[in-house]
Design a protein around this ligand. Structure first.
Ligand SMILES: Cc1cc2nc3c(=O)[nH]c(=O)nc-3n(C[C@H](O)[C@H](O)[C@H](O)COP(=O)(O)OP(=O)(O)OC[C@H]3O[C@@H](n4cnc5c(N)ncnc54)[C@H](O)[C@@H]3O)c2cc1C
Length: 470
């Protein structure tokens, strides 16, 4: 690949900042659609860009997550392997019982606890994670940052559905000796692993990787569009809590808290996510293209993986629980001690339970990637090499779902920009509601198809019949 080809294909790159870190001629910036873009600023025929492509999983056609995870984990005593979730030493569902970790977190609080515990046990000196931007003159709301105290580590809790990149923090790691732990979505952790293969300093200093399960990445316009719906215009949002826990509801029925200016007055507004257009993750509003070309659902190269346990048996508790996959023996020990000392309330579970928590995500990201690849090949377009083979054999209605998801995600970026340019939120709401309703209609047909008319009639009768006295 030469520089010209790189710049054409980079829309498939996860733009983690790893390419900008390894090559001075790669610049990284948030583009007009609120998506990070790594751009090679040089003679378009420059050929020596192997390192740039190497650290970007979607542009590296030689090494995939299966190869890397085998190298990292297969030799551990007692390790198991599952085709779908990858290597694992232990699997859990539950939450942090110690202090207020869970209360302050998005889900069960393991994301913050594991860093705190590594730090308290003197296994690391610093944590690389995503925090609010402390620079009030910078419109970017969240960025990767380095925490060096327990207090700083705890202040980084909560999920940020916001684009981030690692080039600056990686430079800081390079300049400052120490033992670091990092958190990231699957493509970012894979980038770190690829980088570590080429860079001895990074390999030695980044001791532990915490992986998040990630449905997809959003653009920075996602939170802007949500805030505008509650009256906070673009540029006026100061802070957002994407995962406000709502007492009384289910964990998956969380809310959002917005802090921003309405008519010059600072205001805080909390809204259940169900009342905001664009919050149905299946529809894929403001999705980044690269997310649709990863096949790594369970962050296969991370030492420990965390996600939301929105399973019927755990979802009832609005405080939330994590699914946890552990691959690193030292982290496994730490978690065992945490359970033994009642700091952690984790149930041991089987592979099926972990998989069940991400069944729809797996169908979209892994199984139906086959159809997205097939479409690229059909139109003769370049696309990343994946572990899934291209195919159109996924059923007519599922193909329609995939087509509609693609249309929604592309249009959300474009229509939102038109809405901002014309200062007209209604344009966005009107246009996107048309597609959203079409999507919901399609899902109704899918339900009828899967249950059959008789099945639906039975369910309706069940719902309407009076409850028997116990
Ligand atoms: C973009 C995105 C999509 C996700 N999609 C899914 C999904 O489909 N299914 C699922 O089960 N879980 C998903 N998650 C993970 C989930 O939202 C929780 O983050 C996870 O369950 C950990 O919760 P916790 O309470 O243990 O973490 P907390 O204790 O709240 O800690 C969260 C940690 O994550 C870090 N962090 C926050 N945002 C980011 C980010 N953008 N990139 C890297 N690190 C970050 C924080 O700095 C903090 O260290 C997603 C997360 C993100 C960021």
């Amino acid at each position: 690949m030469n520089a010209d080809e790189y710049n054409e294909r980079k829309i498939y790159s996860e733009a983690s900042g790893a390419s900008a870190f390894v090559d001075d001629q790669v610049s990284i910036r948030l583009n007009e659609f609120g998506v990070y873009e790594e751009c090679l600023m040089c003679d378009e025929k420059r050929e020596d860009i192997d390192r740039v492509c190497y650290v970007s999983p979607n542009l590296n056609s030689d090494i995939n997550e299966t190869v890397v995870s085998h190298e990292l984990f297969s030799q551990h005593e007692g390790i198991s392997f599952d085709d779908r979730i990858g290597y694992y030493l232990s699997l859990y569902v539950g939450h942090v019982a110690e202090g207020d970790f869970r209360e302050k977190a998005s889900s069960g609080g393991m994301g913050t606890w594991i860093f705190a515990e590594l730090f308290r046990q003197n296994m690391i000196d610093a944590v690389i994670h995503v925090k609010g931007n402390s620079n009030p003159n910078d419109p970017i709301l969240f960025r990767y940052d380095i925490s060096r105290t327990l207090e700083e580590i705890r202040s980084g809790a909560k999920t940020k559905y916001y684009p981030v990149e690692m080039s600056q923090v990686l430079k800081l790691v390079k300049e400052n000796p120490g033992r670091y732990a990092i958190i990231g979505i699957p493509s970012f952790i894979m980038s770190i692993r690829l980088l570590a293969m080429k860079d001895e300093v990074i390999r030695e200093r980044i001791k532990y990787t915490v992986g998040l399960i990630c449905g997809h990445q959003k653009s920075s316009k996602f939170c802007e569009a949500l805030a505008w719906q509650v009256g906070i215009k673009p540029g006026q949002l100061e802070h957002i809590d994407f995962r406000k826990k709502m007492p009384g509801g289910q964990a998956s029925q969380y809310g959002l808290e917005f802090v921003g200016y309405i008519d010059g007055k600072k205001t805080t507004i909390i809204k259940p996510k169900s009342e905001l257009l664009g919050q149905d993750w299946g529809q894929g509003f403001f999705k980044q293209l690269a997310s649709d070309f990863t096949d790594d659902v369970f962050n296969e190269t991370a030492d420990i993986v965390l996600g939301d346990a929105w399973l019927p048996e755990y979802n009832k508790d609005y405080q939330g629980n994590n699914v946890v996959i552990i691959r690193n023996p030292e982290i496994s020990e730490l978690v065992k001690l945490g359970r033994a000392s009642n700091k952690l309330n984790l149930d041991e579970v089987d592979v099926h339970t972990i998989f069940r928590s991400q069944a729809s995500h797996y169908r979209h990201t892994h199984d139906e990637l086959a159809y997205r690849l097939y479409k690229k090949d059909k139109f003769g377009e370049w696309r990343p090499q994946k572990r899934v083979d291209p195919s159109k054999n996924i059923g007519l209605l599922r193909r329609k779902v995939q087509d509609l998801r693609e249309e929604i995600s592309i249009k959300s970026h474009v229509v939102y920009k038109e809405a901002v340019d014309s200062d007209n939120l209604d344009h966005f709401v009107r246009e996107m509601n048309i597609l959203s309703k079409k999507y919901k209609g399609l899902y109704k047909v899918l339900v009828i198809q899967s249950k059959g008319v008789k099945g639906i009639a039975k369910a309706v009768v069940r719902r309407l019949s009076p409850k028997k006295n116990k």
